[in-house]
Design a protein around this ligand. Structure first.
Ligand code: HEM
Length: 483
């Protein structure tokens, strides 16, 4: 054999060995149920959206085999997905035993977010970040900002003055702009003016997220080291630099937003403030936008539910009163609140949480978990278990108005904001944001799906590599109500 053939044979064998090692379940995890690798790889390479992949490949383990967890290969390794809320609660309640895992080296999203923030920190460092952020969210709920932004949205939704009283708009795009303006004005203290203008931030952020989501790099994250994507990195670093400038501007010109509050904390370094700013920007707008679009979609396809939510809204707030923390509370609007909870259940904006790793061997239910195994709480799967929800694929808000024992089981299994000490610190903010916009829209318009909607046979989400479930190209036809 000539030396070049020998070299090729050796390289092919080495590559085959590396691939075998990468895709084979490690021996210490082989006792656990496992999603087969081939369909998973096909799913990743074909860009299948997360919710469809979960329904097709992961949920059958919960609904047909009654498993509480399953091994899933993702981002270059095998991880355990928890499919049962009782097992998930065991993990979520104990962040010391199950800290967040250090993200794999080189993954671009983590470079964007940075390492010194509330989302990724553990132990005492997490407490420090978390206390400041929770205090900031406890300051007040910016209802006036939400209603002001809703009125900005009306300017885009209102029919053009051509005698026609209906107008079709891309609501998924508008919801993202609304949520960005909400987080910008009240949390970050910066007016992106995204509803009314083509915001550079929205453009750059969407471009970066699109670039990061290259399926090959998602399957083999080590490629980031072998063939670094310099253009994407530069684009990302430029956006992060803009955040640094916003921070400096805030320092020079403080406001009554949460970032100004955080800047007053002497314990927070410049890097920590910047990283938290990026986290709040990312965590705070796509999630809310996904929830809002899903709500508007389900109210569009269920006119009787839309009418009931409108009836409650008009009864509590009348046609023109200015909404307040009291009138927008869950207690004042139980039916609308149930619709929102049901939307966040059926099309969970964050399908699963950042991976945790148990610091020692543990037992979850009947499953033995070796130390340092990656664990993910699969919120989407928990929200679609037949044995808990009965009819998980049906939009039925009334299930959240059930005050019996069964209703309290559902409350425990509803984990749209996760659970335990590390659940979303902005859940109250986010729920008020949803109720505020919903109330404003219900009083002003009636809406339906246009006849040619891509969603007429079911809601379609956009592709996202990072567990975000966001309806795509959701066009909605709004008709202005006559008072
Ligand atoms: C409907 C809207 C929202 C949903 C469904 C949602 C959901 C979640 C979930 C599931 C987590 C846990 C993630 C994990 O443990 O890996 C989380 C954490 C977090 N969320 Fe939200 N969220 C929403 C809105 C927001 C908003 C508006 C903000 C900020 C403006 C925000 C800021 C955060 C932060 C900072 C964390 C990290 C908390 C920690 O690790 O201690 N979220 N959210």
């Amino acid at each position: 054999m000539d030396p070049s053939t020998l070299w090729w044979s050796f390289s092919s064998l080495a590559a085959a060995f590396v691939l075998f090692q990468m895709f084979t379940v490690p021996s210490h995890l082989r006792h656990l149920p496992c999603v087969p690798i081939l369909p998973l790889l096909v799913s990743y390479l074909s860009g299948e959206v997360e919710d469809v992949r979960i329904k097709r490949l992961i949920l059958p383990f919960a609904n047909e085999r009654d498993e509480g967890l399953v091994l899933v290969w993702a981002l270059g390794r095998w991880m355990i997905h928890i499919l049962d809320h009782k097992l998930g609660a065991q993990m979520a309640e104990n962040p010391l035993l199950y800290p967040k895992e250090l993200p794999p080296d080189g993954l671009l999203l983590w470079r964007f977010i940075g390492g010194s923030n509330v989302l990724l920190a553990n132990g005492e460092r997490w407490k420090k970040h978390s206390n400041v952020i929770r205090d900031a969210f406890n300051l007040s709920i910016p209802i006036d900002q939400f209603t002001h932004l809703a009125k900005n949205l009306f300017d885009v939704i209102n029919p053009p003055s051509d005698g026609n009283d209906t107008h079709t708009v891309d609501f998924s795009d508008l919801a993202q702009r609304f949520a960005l303006d909400a987080v910008g004005s009240s949390v970050l203290g910066y007016d992106f003016d995204a509803i009314r203008t083509e915001s550079l931030f929205v453009h750059e952020y969407n471009g970066i997220m699109h670039d990061i989501a290259n399926p090959l790099y998602l399957i083999m994250p080590f490629l980031e080291k072998v063939f670094p994507r310099r253009k994407v990195i530069k684009r990302m670093d430029n956006l992060v630099d803009k955040f640094k400038m916003l921070l400096q501007a805030k320092r020079n010109d403080p406001g009554d937003d949460m970032m100004t509050f955080m800047l007053k904390d002497p314990a927070m370094s410049e890097e920590e403030l910047r990283d938290n700013m990026v986290v709040l920007f990312i965590a705070g707008h796509d999630t809310s936008a996904g929830g809002l679009s899903t709500l508007i979609y389900f109210l569009a396809i269920h006119p009787e539910i839309q009418a009931a939510a409108r009836e409650e809204t008009l009864r509590v707030l009348g046609p023109t009163s200015i909404p307040s923390v009291d009138t927008l509370s869950a207690a004042s609007l139980p039916y609308l609140n149930a619709c929102i909870r049901e939307s966040l259940r059926i099309n969970t904006p964050i399908s699963y949480i950042v991976p945790r790793a148990a610091v020692e061997a543990v037992t979850l239910g009947k499953y033995y978990i070796p130390p340092n195994t990656s664990l993910i709480y699969n919120i989407y799967a928990v929200h679609h278990r037949n044995d808990v929800w009965g009819d998980p694929h049906t939009f039925r808000p009334n299930r959240f108005l059930d005050n019996t024992e069964r209703g309290s089981v559902l409350k425990d299994a509803w984990i749209a904001f996760a659970s335990g000490p590390r659940q979303c610190p902005a859940r109250n903010f986010a729920l008020y944001e949803q109720r505020a916009l919903a109330v404003m829209l219900l009083r002003e318009y009636e809406w339906i799906l246009p006849a040619d909607s891509i969603h007429k046979n079911g809601l379609k989400n956009a592709f996202s590599p990072f567990a975000l479930t966001l309806p795509r190209d959701l066009h909605i036809t709004f008709t202005k109500r006559k008072c």
